[in-house]
Design a protein around this ligand. Structure first.
Ligand SMILES: CCCCCCCCCCCCC/C=C/[C@@H](O)[C@H](COP(=O)(O)O)NC(=O)CCCCCCCCCCCCCCC
Ligand SMILES: Nc1ncnc2c1ncn2[C@@H]1O[C@H](COP(=O)(O)OP(=O)(O)O)[C@@H](O)[C@H]1O
Ligand SMILES: [Ca+2]
Length: 544
């Protein structure tokens, strides 16, 4: 796996590309001779000997810090141009090897209106030159409207069987559009039309994201930074990581897939308010966030959730999900074992269980207006209360506003989501929650917060007359209290689903372990040396 000589050893896994160069007479480059050969016994180990003036440059990645990756050129001299070309060809061929899983053909979608409207320029200036260096063939599509990319995918206008991946240059919303398009296409390709009745099928191709949007959570959480060059390099090296995907149903009908945040109350109100302020760019979220904060609305609702069967794994367990994460690897292995047995399952065991459970809960619970959990044998719980926010995240959701993320110990591919419920509280208390979230500080001791690691959940707003009884513990509610409760409960929020508004408050959500693969490797553990970082994650080799 190394390109090595007398004075240098380059890890081919981290070579971006190679090109011919003219080397100045007094250069401090390494020089190698005509006895150079590719060692047949050691894969990708190239031996070189010193020689003459022509040369080639190998572009490799460096890690200057803060999870950012950059390029560095290492130049080699050759005696003549033919030898130089032999070297270039040998290295290019080595990089094309299947074992590296590098993409050769990509479709790139650019949303020109993402974030600060710089996506097209960012792509042309920073991304395209690197794709060219890496010999990646690109089909470039600048989107003209919302759902343009999704429609192209669903209608299979792009011949997806012939490409290695999709790249979106934009924000989380653009990714969500491409994800939904790809999963819909994958299902239709297998003649599955009713998405709510089937297990979603994992697509064959990977998705890459170049951060050019407003929040860029997915990029930040899967690479540790929101940096255009870093994301481009992860794509070129052929990194891959499976991430959890949620399917969201409204009234038992599938509506969409999500990967970052599902937020009711605060996050929903914030998003709805910000949607007609897109002209403000990314700062629309802080503006609308402040407005929703001042409004301090709280909403009645009933949440049913199924806890993760791994009781050791919890949103506050302080186990960070780093590149090569053991918890995600184990979940991925058991997931691929179960999906290899039954590729498409028409059964809805878990939903039935939910229905049975719902009935069970109705008859057995005595619920109060406070947050109150109730147990069952099958890990289902019900909570009824008045919430400022109900958030569920499938990954930590790190971003510039909150580098540790909404749930710092959430895992990218463990088949679980972290459910964070914020009960009605004062503005000061909610500010405390927001500030601690922004800084990644302990929230365990805030008594208005509940956090659980779950596999699925459902939410329904409490708005009906019959709900009043379950909200109030008293059987005989005075008429005046009934009227007041009725007024309060008639107010509902919307769901923020990866930055898209879902107007219907009653939803059910299920997580699908590592359903899609991204061109990323997860955040590299900063306590490791560079060579340990390379070795702890050799994603290009682990599926060969
Ligand atoms: C006082 C500082 C408060 C900092 C609050 C930090 C909470 C951060 C949690 C971040 C979760 C991010 C989840 C990501 C969702 C994205 O998929 C999704 C779509 O992204 P896209 O536009 O790139 O397509 N983005 C969003 O839904 C936006 C979420 C933005 C959350 C920002 C909240 C800012 C709140 C500012 C409050 C100010 C209170 C002032 C009090 C005096
Ligand atoms: N050409 C376009 N015009 C308008 N909206 C678009 C276009 N292309 C994509 N979109 C939509 O814009 C929304 C936001 O895009 P995104 O790239 O996430 O930017 P931001 O991070 O600023 O919200 C997405 O829902 C996406 O579907
Ligand atoms: Ca997860």
């Amino acid at each position: 796996m190394y390109l090595s000589g007398h004075e240098a050893s380059l890890d081919l896994r981290e070579v971006v590309g190679v090109k011919a160069v003219k080397i100045p007479a007094k250069s401090s480059t390494l020089s190698f001779g005509k006895n150079a050969k590719v060692d047949e016994n050691v894969p990708y180990c190239i031996e070189m000997q010193p020689i003459g003036p022509l040369g080639f440059s190998v572009v490799i990645i460096t890690r200057p810090g803060n999870h950012r990756w950059r390029c560095k050129q290492v130049s080699f001299q050759c005696k003549d141009s033919s030898l130089c070309h032999q070297w270039i060809t040998a290295i290019k061929e080595a990089l094309k090897s299947e074992a590296f899983c590098r993409p050769k053909k990509l479709v790139v979608f650019v949303n020109p209106f993402s974030g600060k409207k710089k996506a097209v320029k960012l792509y042309r200036d920073k991304v395209l030159p690197l794709f060219e260096l890496a010999d990646i063939h690109v089909t470039y599509i600048e989107t003209e409207r919302q759902n343009h990319a999704r429609d192209l995918l669903v209608q299979n206008s792009l011949d997806l069987k012939r490409i290695d991946g999709l790249v979106c240059v934009g924000g989380d919303g653009m990714f969500s559009e491409v994800l939904n398009g790809l999963l819909t296409f994958t299902a239709h390709d297998l003649h599955i039309e009713e998405m709510d009745r089937f297990e979603p099928v994992a697509p064959d191709i990977r998705i890459g994201i170049i951060p050019a949007g407003s929040t860029n959570t997915i990029v930040y959480t899967t690479t540790g930074t929101s940096d255009v060059v870093t994301s481009t390099l992860h794509i070129i090296l052929g990194d891959q990581i499976g991430i959890d995907v949620n399917s969201v149903n409204v009234n038992d009908q599938f509506v969409r897939y999500s990967v970052t945040l599902l937020g009711y109350g605060y996050m929903g109100d914030l998003l709805k308010d910000s949607d007609n302020k897109r002209w403000m760019g990314p700062s629309r979220y802080s503006w609308s966030g402040t407005k929703s904060f001042l409004a301090n609305n709280a909403y009645y609702g009933e949440i049913k959730y199924r806890l993760s069967s791994n009781s050791d794994s919890h949103p506050t367990d302080a186990v960070k999900c780093y590149s090569g994460c053991d918890i995600c690897s184990m979940a991925g292995q058991s997931n691929s074992r179960s999906t290899s047995k039954v590729e498409i399952s028409a059964g809805r065991d878990t939903d039935l269980q939910l229905d049975e459970q719902s009935d069970f809960m109705k008859h057995s619970n005595s619920q109060s207006s406070d947050l109150s959990g109730s147990y069952s044998d099958s890990n289902w719980r019900t909570v009824i209360g008045k919430f400022v926010a109900v958030n569920s995240v499938t990954m930590s959701c790190s971003c510039d506003l909150s580098p540790p993320g909404m749930s710092p110990y959430c895992h990218l591919g463990d088949g679980c989501m972290d459910l964070i419920m914020v009960s009605q509280c004062s503005r000061i208390e909610f500010l405390k929650f927001l500030l601690r979230t922004a800084k990644g500080e302990e929230r365990k001791n805030l008594d208005f917060i509940q956090m659980h690691r779950v596999k699925e959940f459902s939410f329904r707003p409490l708005t009906e007359d019959s709900d009043l009884l379950s909200i109030s513990s008293e059987e005989n509610i005075p008429q005046s209290k009934k009227v007041k409760l009725k007024r309060q409960t008639s107010r509902t929020s919307v769901w923020n689903c990866d930055g898209e508004v879902i107007d219907q408050p009653k939803i059910s959500v299920r997580v699908h372990c590592q359903l899609v693969k991204l061109f990323a490797r997860g955040v590299e553990d900063p306590s490791l040396q560079d060579d340990q970082k390379r070795n702890c994650c050799s994603p290009s080799f682990d599926n060969s």
